[in-house]
Design a protein around this ligand. Structure first.
Ligand code: SF4
Length: 259
């Protein structure tokens, strides 16, 4: 007598319903964190990505530790934010701030930057890596902003990416900080943490970004990338992560964990 197996669709739907149950019960206070985690994992087995309960707990803890996280680049308006982010590629925020303090004091609009000219911009930023190319880009993007939008910063990733020196990551930072968009700017820290914590494992920054878009709960999306960047910068460092100080240690199964 042949054994009947449930149709794939109904089995999948049943598993999804079971997987959501612990998360709902945790939110309603009907389960404790360890029990909810256990229950969710029992349902999902050795899933590659962390389950919804774990992801929610991670962001809740990062939120509780720092409810209003801020980026560490100095700027005085949307234009100087854009310039600072362009200058920050492959450079520390501290290094950029040292150069942009004096620069933005004399040029905080596209008009003033063009009046200053490429040679002087280069002098102001010569302590920053790739400063020759970056000075060219700052001048070119200022020209383009004036020609296309009267100097205003566009609120669209597509338009931002048309500017010289602006890639997807830079556009995502500007959209998030200047306009409050729920974007995920995947830098080296975000990439490492998304993989270490299995929030959104991926082989490329884009894969991680799209994974984060799918899994980060709505109420944490606005600040998610800042929490992860700051956690990666100060605690979950690439080399020698400071696991003993980590509020996420209980949820971390990374091979890099040191406790
Ligand atoms: S426990 Fe260690 S490796 Fe895991 S997230 Fe925390 S700092 Fe990073």
């Amino acid at each position: 007598m042949p054994i009947k197996t449930p149709a794939k669709k109904s089995l999948g739907a049943a598993l999804k319903r079971r997987a959501r149950k612990p998360a709902k019960e945790l939110a309603a206070g009907k389960r404790s964190l360890p029990k909810a985690l256990q229950a969710a994992r029992a349902v999902k087995g050795k899933a590659k990505a962390l389950d919804a309960v774990g992801i929610r707990v991670i962001f809740q803890r990062l939120h509780d530790a720092n409810p209003e996280p801020k980026g560490e680049l100095d700027y005085v308006n949307q234009y100087t934010l854009l310039v600072a982010v362009v200058l920050s590629a492959q450079t520390t925020d501290t290094g950029v701030n040292k150069a942009t303090g004096p620069l933005f004091a004399v040029a905080d609009t596209p008009q003033k930057m063009l009046a200053l000219g490429e040679d002087k911009v280069r002098d102001y930023i010569k302590s920053i890596g790739l400063y020759r190319t970056k000075a060219k880009n700052v001048i070119a993007l200022s020209e383009q902003l004036l020609a296309n939008s009267g100097g205003e910063i566009p609120r669209s990733r597509e338009e931002l990416e048309k500017l010289p020196g602006v890639g997807r990551k830079t556009a995502n930072v500007v959209l998030n900080i200047a306009f409050g968009e729920e974007t995920f700017a995947v830098d080296t820290h975000l990439f490492r943490l998304a993989n270490r914590l299995r929030i959104a494992p991926g082989k490329t920054p884009l894969e991680v970004e799209l994974g984060l878009e799918k899994c980060v709960p709505k109420e944490f999306r606005r600040h998610a990338h800042h929490w992860l960047i700051l956690h990666g910068r100060y605690i979950c460092k690439a080399v020698k992560p400071e696991c003993e100080k980590c509020v996420l240690a209980e949820l971390c199964t990374s091979g890099d964990k040191r406790i």
